[in-house]
Design a protein around this ligand. Structure first.
Ligand SMILES: CSCCC(=O)C(=O)COP(=O)(O)O
Ligand SMILES: [Mg+2]
Length: 230
């Protein structure tokens, strides 16, 4: 019996285009000034720059060089933890200033509420930082959806294609793997989750459905039909 739903964001609860055409460009536009203006006063920003320097080999004192690395990582959609942490901090300004609201598919908003009300425990696992996760659901087009969630995981628990990350999540949750249903649009992430015994559904919101033996859903109503059969 499934008791926990663990969901990805981009391509699952929310559109890929919102992340790539709104969030990433906003972070590309505002990252340099955010880092230049915030570095002196913010330990948090300085710690992220330490990590960017370590991962890239660019000298820690070369702020413009580190900004260049961040810019490249944004364009390459790299899932580097310090980039994701800084992006969350930059997006916070955008959400608070009303530059955008978090995109959530209507079916996702509806079923997150239904599953929560049915007693399922809901968690997020995204490459976006926990701050960024709370922002997209907190400032969503459907209102504040954060009360539905019991917790959040990001790349600090490990990469989304690594089986160890899902073992770590199971340990944190203290549940049997078969009681967890992981939702994602990326097959390699589903395979990693299945390798530790989680159940999965592959969200394919657009395009052709490939030949596959795994459970597939167009939207969260389809996921609910899968849940009711379990
Ligand atoms: C939390 S919204 C921004 C998502 C993000 O930064 C990203 O890289 C998408 O990752 P996901 O694991 O949700 O596909
Ligand atoms: Mg995804």
């Amino acid at each position: 019996m499934i008791r926990v739903i663990l969901t990805d964001i981009e391509g699952t609860t929310s559109s890929i285009s919102f992340v790539h055409d709104v969030l990433f460009p906003y972070s590309a536009e505002h990252m340099a000034d955010f880092v230049r203006e915030g570095e002196a006063d913010s330990t948090d920003i300085r710690e992220q720059l330490d990590a960017v320097s370590e991962a890239s080999g660019v000298d820690r004192d070369d702020i413009e060089g580190l900004i260049g690395v961040l810019d490249t990582w944004i364009r390459e959609d790299r899932k580097e933890t310090p980039l994701k942490t800084l992006q969350g901090m930059v997006w916070e300004q955008g959400y608070q200033q009303g530059a955008f609201k978090g995109h959530i598919y209507e079916d996702a908003a509806e079923y997150l509420q239904r599953w929560h009300d049915r007693g399922l425990r809901l968690f997020v696992y995204s490459s976006g930082s926990v701050k960024a996760q709370k922002l997209i659901f907190g400032f969503s087009e459907a209102g504040d959806l954060t009360p539905f969630f019991s917790g959040y995981f990001d790349t600090r628990i490990g990469g989304k294609k690594e089986p160890d990350s899902y073992s770590n999540i199971i340990n944190e949750l203290g549940v049997e793997p078969r009681t967890v249903l992981f939702l994602s649009d990326v097959e390699a992430e589903l395979q990693a989750a299945e390798s530790v015994g989680m159940q999965t559904v592959w969200l394919i919101r657009e395009g052709d459905i490939p030949e596959t033996g795994r459970p597939v859903a167009r939207d969260f109503a389809d996921v609910d039909r899968f849940l009711l059969k379990r």
